[in-house]
Design a protein around this ligand. Structure first.
Ligand code: HEM
Length: 311
């Protein structure tokens, strides 16, 4: 059973975003798509994982808004999500769960609970109390970059025109058991683009799903999957700390998203994207935020489905 910490993490999200039956506690509004992942030849030198050293595999991709409120309009300044589930030939899965922010809000689950408490809506205004958030940031300078990026986030033209970052480091294990730690980045083939405030003001509330469906009628939407390798001294357990831009990057594959998907999350099927779902050839770092996620996701799944399945 997920422990008290996991419950408190989800309670914090529920306080910020409200409780919405049947919905994820975060990233509640999203769109699910079918995709195929094709590894590059370089991928097999980094990891022996079957999807990196073999033929193309089937995938699901879910794009989402960061909020836990499924009724919130799309044209807001906030991080977006891109969650990928790769189906390996032996039945295991490899999930890559990324956001469009360069770093995360907290180093530890306890700090994240304190952060969510600091930004909980003031009952008088329905908005966070700026003084409380400011006091938190004064004590936690490591959170400033993520908060700044979220509040100034461009309003995207499309889910297909953002770059996404998985933020945690994972160990990539080769055939000789050599391990190199790296971070995933998903780069949009369509390039990065956003709307002006004027353009955003004319968009319907659900424009991002409609735009993506329309875009997919013109052809597949591509993303390149890169791994940025850790240099000497780069922290592999701190998602608030970006690594220098000059670190070696290995392009490990390409996702081709072909159509909206209707074959999962129907008839009681539970779909959860959890970055600790890794196959042989990829190992977890000791990042406390990464290790807190499965418990919190299980609580969210249990609340939204009354089931405790995590796959
Ligand atoms: C301890 C830290 C975190 C907590 C407590 C947390 C909590 C949650 C919860 C409760 C959900 C809904 C799960 C579900 O019902 O399936 C969720 C979804 C999501 N989270 Fe997190 N999260 C954390 C860290 C992160 C980080 C670091 C990232 C990005 C690197 C991230 C990206 C996402 C995305 C993209 C989704 C949507 C997945 C989907 O489409 O199903 N989260 N998160």
């Amino acid at each position: 059973m997920p422990g008290d910490l996991s419950q408190r993490l989800v309670d914090g999200l529920n306080v910020s975003y409200g409780v919405h039956p049947g919905c994820r506690a975060a990233h509640a509004k999203g769109v699910l798509c079918s995709a195929v992942f094709t590894p590059t030849p370089e991928a097999a030198t980094l990891s022996r994982a079957a999807h990196l050293a073999g033929p193309p595999v089937r995938a699901h991709v879910r794009f989402s808004n960061g909020s836990g409120d499924p009724g919130a309009a799309d044209a807001v300044r906030d991080g977006r999500g891109m969650a990928v589930k790769l189906y390996l030939p032996d039945g295991t899965k490899s999930d890559v769960v990324a956001i469009s922010l360069p770093s995360f809000f907290a180093r530890t689950p306890e700090d994240l609970i304190a952060f969510n408490d600091a930004r909980r809506p003031d009952p008088a205004t329905g908005r966070p109390d700026i003084a409380r958030v400011g006091a938190y940031l004064g004590e936690h300078p490591e959170a400033v970059a993520a908060v700044t990026a979220a509040v100034g986030h461009p309003i995207p033209t499309s889910y297909a025109t953002l770059a996404y970052h998985a933020l945690h480091a994972f160990g990539f294990v080769d055939r000789a058991d050599g391990i190199r730690f790296g971070r995933y980045h998903l780069q949009p083939a369509a390039g990065v683009s956003s709307l002006t405030d004027e353009e955003a003001s004319t968009q319907p509330p659900d424009y991002l799903a409609a735009e993506l469906a329309d875009r997919l009628t013109q052809g597949p939407v591509g993303f390149d999957l890169d791994v940025q390798l850790a240099g000497a001294g780069d922290p592999i357990d701190d998602p608030t700390a970006p690594w220098p831009d000059d670190r070696e990057v290995v392009r490990i594959g390409r996702l081709e998203i072909s159509a909206p998907a209707h074959d999962r999350e129907v008839g009681g099927d539970v779909l959860v994207f959890d970055p600790t779902h890794v196959p042989d050839g990829i190992v977890l770092s000791r990042d406390p935020i990464l290790l807190a996620r499965p418990g919190a996701y299980s609580v969210s799944v249990a609340r939204r489905t009354a089931s405790v399945s995590t796959r």
